[in-house]
Design a protein around this ligand. Structure first.
Ligand SMILES: [Zn+2]
Length: 451
């Protein structure tokens, strides 16, 4: 009987200590060996000559809108897009489905939909809203990996933002739940609401007005408040989609002051600027908004210094029609990007820094697994889940709307081209994407916090 179910031969494995030419043997969904000369010992062989074998991407910032808004994006289409881009585990945000994931009942519904329809593994964020503090403990017991709250209007009525009082109460409660982190959308509600109102009331509603209504200052006010409250309550926090260098500075300073805080940014803040709004209109609308080229370069400077902990796609899809219309303030804010998290990150970071592939994999795989305590995930090592992507860097592969697996095929990344290309994606040893085709081999597993 063969020793392995699958072996990956003659690739360069991005392992925990570096990149080395090795074969990788998988049995029962687990990495059993990383050695030379494993050929002839498996039911199935994957030839990875000229390719890298990288840890599967853990996209810790994904909005799948199922149940309730599945016509925006469902687990099936969203997870196919993930698989095609080398992502093996997604962590779903609690906001865009109906019901929103703010209590046990909603959690069970969400989990059931994921188990039925998600091709890759998935974990869930629970929501923190002003009136669900009594629900947090049961969500923790059910296995959410953390909580998410908005410090400004979320755009969804069923997911109201927290004010300072409810945020502090929520943080106190979360601090008591062992291992939990609070992810924060950090923009100041008072400032963004005031500016938005001014522009809308005066009939100024184009994209420049929208940009002006969400200045960097709004992010800084909110991040400062979050840091202060985290220090007071002991609640670990994760600031999602930081769009500016000044925000990263505040987080770095807080880390030095022993606040338990991490920072995420997204590919769109690194590869797009406000110019994309001119080209794409609302398809490139997100909050915080895209920044000008100088601000993007400043964010890269922080990135190079290693001051950013994780990269997530913030895939936030919607119906095509929700991106249309004259009033830019009314258009849905959110960028569709789950399919290209690895493509853009690996390609651009490799081009713009002297980082190794191992360094890059930490932001996309290892750090999310560690910060959100996903067992056996995040690196290629014997004993870990066989979540991986066989990829190469060859030529320039254009992103086209026909190639998108999304339910609504829009993305501001269309037309860009990058050398990174996922050739095959394995989730616990099961092939979900190979040679340009989705492999509908079963379903992903719900990954429970820590167990
Ligand atoms: Zn988001």
């Amino acid at each position: 009987m063969p020793d392995f179910d699958t072996v990956i031969l003659r690739g360069t494995v991005v392992g925990p200590t570096g990149e080395y030419p090795m074969d990788l043997g998988i049995a029962d969904g687990i990495i059993q060996a990383i050695e030379k000369d494993l050929s002839g010992q498996a039911n199935h062989e994957i030839l990875a000559e000229g390719c890298f074998v990288i840890p599967g991407i853990i996209d810790s910032h994904v909005h799948i809108n199922e149940p309730g808004n599945t016509d925006w994006e469902g687990f099936e289409t969203g997870s196919k897009a993930a698989a095609a881009g080398g992502t093996t585990c997604i962590i779903d945000m609690p906001i865009n489905s109906l019901p929103t994931t703010i209590n046990a009942e909603a959690f069970h519904k969400k989990k059931e939909h994921g188990e039925n329809n998600c091709l890759v593994d998935f974990a869930l964020w629970g929501g923190l809203v002003p009136d669900n503090i009594g629900q947090l403990e049961s969500l923790w017991e059910l296995g959410v990996i953390g909580f998410k709250a908005f410090m400004s209007n979320s755009g969804i009525k069923k997911f109201p933002c927290v004010d300072t009082t409810s945020l502090k109460k929520g943080m106190k409660a979360i601090a008591k739940l062992e291992g939990m982190v609070l992810a924060l959308h950090a923009e100041d509600d008072a400032l963004t609401a005031k500016l938005s109102k001014q522009y809308i009331q005066s009939g100024n509603t184009n994209y420049t007005d929208f940009l002006n209504s969400r200045p960097i200052e709004a992010e800084l006010i909110a991040i400062k408040t979050a840091i202060e409250l985290s220090g007071e309550t002991g609640c670990p926090i994760h600031i999602v989609h930081v769009s500016c260098a000044e925000g990263i500075d505040l987080i770095t300073e807080a880390k030095q002051n022993k606040v338990d805080i991490t920072a995420e940014t997204c590919p769109h803040y690194l590869c797009l600027t406000t110019e994309a709004l001119d080209q794409w209109g609302a398809i490139a609308k997100c909050a915080p908004p895209l920044r000008n080229p100088f601000a993007v370069e400043a964010l890269w400077e922080k990135f190079r210094k290693g001051e950013i902990d994780t990269l997530g796609s913030d895939h936030s899809p919607c119906l095509d029609v929700m991106k249309k219309g004259e009033d830019f303030f009314k258009a849905w804010g959110g960028i569709s990007g789950i399919q290209h998290l690895a493509t853009i990150s690996y390609s651009l970071i490799r081009e713009k820094t002297n980082w190794s592939l191992l360094d890059i994999s930490k932001l996309l795989s290892t750090h999310p697994a560690e910060r959100f305590q996903l067992p056996r995930k995040g690196k290629l090592e014997v004993g870990m889940d066989a979540d991986l992507c066989v990829a190469n860097f060859k030529g320039r592969n254009s992103i086209s709307s026909e190639g998108l697996y999304y339910k609504n095929k829009h993305s501001p990344y269309v037309g860009l081209h990058f050398p990174f290309q996922a050739k095959e994606t394995l989730v616990r040893g099961r092939s979900v994407f190979a040679d340009g085709t989705i492999q509908n081999n079963g379903r992903g597993k719900f990954i429970r916090f820590r167990i």
